[in-house]
Every structure is written in structure tokens, then in C-alpha cells.
Design a protein around this ligand. Structure first.
Ligand SMILES: Cc1cn([C@H]2C[C@H](O)[C@@H](COP(=O)(O)OP(=O)(O)OP(=O)(O)O)O2)c(=O)[nH]c1=O
Length: 207
């Protein structure tokens, strides 16, 4: 071993810590891979994501990311557990994760020609039980959508399972006239803040 290699070996933990991604979203897995982080397991949390009466978008994102992280941390002692929840809101109004074409059409009608906010709550639980949470908000401005854009987008189906009924990483990009803040946040996992959270609790980003 060269002196450089010896120093590196001394600094690195003997066994790489286990990381569990508490999410069913393939986008989140891809975004994590972009920053060189590969979870050892993907374990979606089964929780009720219905907003409470009067709950604000940021409150919802925080409550749900904490609940997802806690649910999976209980099943994965000794691991880092990362969870996220993305909420799209127009003012105080929280848009659904579109499951039907009618829901997606309602979302597009509301977003057309307006600004809205996309907030992702991030929660990381460390093997020793420490827990940190961060909220990241981006501002998205949609162009005014004409009838052909709406029907074409609805026919394509990429809105399915997406908060607010669109995907900025897909053809939804055709509607985004302006974006303030993090792009990866809109897709579902703000990468700068995710890296900071992992580093802050001691997960090695450059093993
Ligand atoms: C606005 C927007 C949302 N989305 C997605 C990200 C999330 O997957 C989804 C919001 O729902 P979430 O509840 O945050 O995530 P999920 O149900 O897909 O997965 P899990 O709860 O298991 O973590 O919307 C996009 O992919 N692109 C976009 O432009």
C-alpha cells in the first residue's frame, strides 16, 4: 500500500454502513444513483398519505417523510434509512398524486398559466437513531396550456402516480416556462440537500 492508500484506508470505516431507501419511486433511485449512492435495499413504506383537514403543503411533506422514515427504520435497525415525500401545491391547495385521467385533467387546468410550489420533505434516520429532516421548495411556472396540449398530455399517461399530474423529467417539461430552485427537488429528491443530510449524519459519500 502506498502512504496515500494507507491514509485513505485508515479514514474509511471498516464496514460500509447499510443504506435503505424507503421509497417506491424509481425516480428517487435514479437520482440517488446520479450522486453515486446505491442503496443496499429499497423498502417502500406503507402509510396513509391523505392530507389532514387544513394541513399546509409543507406540513404534509414533513409529516409524511417522517412517517415513511420511521415506518422503515423500525424494520431496519442498524441501517441509514432515507425517505422523501413530494407535494405540489397551488397556494394552500394541495394537488393529488394523479391516479385517474380526470384527476390529471383537473391538475392541468389548475396549473395552466400559473405558478405553483413543489416541496419535498426529506428524512434521514441514522443507525444510532439520530434523525434529520429538511424541506426544499421549488417554484414552477406553467405556460398556458391549449386544448391540444392538455389532451395530448393526458393521452400519454406519464402523469400517472405523479404529484400534480405532471412530470418535469418527461414531456411535462414542455409546459415549464420557468423554474426557481432545485430541479431534482421537483423530480422527487433534491440532490444537494440529500448529500448534505447524508454527510451530516456520517454516511460516506466518497468511500
Ligand atoms: C411534480 C413531479 C412529481 N413527480 C413524482 C415524484 C414522486 O414519485 C411523486 C410524488 O409522490 P410521493 O408520495 O412523494 O412518492 P411516491 O408515491 O412515488 O413514492 P414513495 O411514497 O414510496 O416514496 O411524484 C415526478 O416524478 N415528476 C414531477 O415533475
Amino acid at each position: 500500500m502506498t502512504p496515500d492508500e494507507q491514509m485513505h484506508a485508515a479514514a474509511a470505516p471498516a464496514v460500509a454502513p447499510r443504506l435503505v431507501l424507503a421509497s417506491a419511486s424509481p425516480r428517487r433511485r435514479d437520482l440517488l444513483a446520479q450522486i453515486g449512492v446505491r442503496p443496499d435495499a429499497v423498502r417502500p413504506a406503507e402509510i396513509d398519505e391523505t392530507p389532514r383537514r387544513g394541513e399546509l403543503p409543507r406540513q404534509l411533506a414533513e409529516r409524511l417523510c417522517r412517517a415513511k422514515a420511521a415506518a422503515v427504520a423500525g424494520l431496519e435497525p442498524g441501517a441509514f434509512v432515507l425517505a422523501a415525500d413530494t407535494v405540489v401545491a397551488c397556494g394552500r391547495r394541495i394537488l393529488p398524486k394523479a391516479e385517474t385521467v380526470d384527476e390529471a385533467a383537473d391538475c392541468l387546468a389548475l396549473l395552466s398559466g400559473r405558478r405553483h410550489r413543489v416541496t419535498t420533505g426529506l428524512c434521514l434516520v441514522a443507525p444510532d437513531g439520530r434523525q434529520v429532516c429538511r424541506l426544499v421548495t421549488s417554484i414552477v411556472t406553467f405556460k398556458r396550456l391549449d386544448a391540444a396540449e392538455r389532451s395530448g398530455y393526458l393521452a400519454g399517461g406519464e402523469w400517472q402516480g405523479k404529484a400534480g399530474g405532471y412530470a418535469i423529467q418527461g414531456r411535462g417539461a414542455l409546459f415549464v416556462a420557468d423554474l426557481g430552485g432545485s430541479y431534482s427537488n421537483v423530480v422527487g429528491l433534491p440532490l444537494f440537500e440529500t448529500g448534505a443530510l447524508l454527510r451530516g449524519l456520517g454516511f460516506p459519500l466518497w468511500p
